[in-house]
Design a protein around this ligand. Sequence first.
Ligand code: 5RP
Length: 240
Amino acid sequence: MKQFTQAEQKRLAGEYAVDILISRGMIFSGMKIGLGTGSTAIQAVYRLAESLKADKLRNIQAVVTSFQTHMACEELGIPVFSLNSRNIGGVLDLTIDGADEIDPENRLIKGGGGALLREKIAAYNSKIFVILADESKLVPHLGSRFPLPVEIIEDARVPVIRALEHLGASCVIREGVKKAGPVITDNGNMILDCLWKTPVDAAALEQEINAVPGVAENGFFTRLRPLVFAARGDGSIEER
Ligand code: 5RP
């Protein structure tokens, strides 16, 4: 039997989810849609553009979560608005995104692409939150493999690292590729990648980390239960 690569699984999840959500009326003409970031979320953006071209969808109004997605929308002719604009009014009908880890209760770690701050703003201001994934993202416990990204204000780097170490984390400043020094996010901040030795209470930590002065946001997404579409290696899609 054909085995689908990780890249193929991401494409399958993106295409399947957009098609099925259009057929269910959850993605609809004129809607306000939040668009996530990364190699999986972009597959949904491509499918939305195809659906607009095929006239299955009209006049969607997008709020993007990164320069990457903004540039893709510009290229594909998807109109982009600020979450604060009159058109959007701070509320999205649905946000579609990828994830780095998904536990059995659909709690997430996000931020592998460094877009967690805007991704969380979009997700937490959406009526419906949809996550797309390949099977490698399904894990029994959050934080078992993927370090938690925490976006921080540079001026507070030393006290924030100290506070996170107090919470049991080992922190590494994310380094740029083809850029000397740290990754600087689309919001002008730095990212710490944080690992715990033992399983953690993600819901409690989501709150505790954000209470540290100098933390802009962390990559635990525990207060929503997104609809997840995960593509498997055999080409099947699990919806949960
Ligand atoms: C970006 C994210 C991404 O959704 C997450 O890192 C998954 O990325 P990919 O779809 O490329 O595997 O949270 O900040």
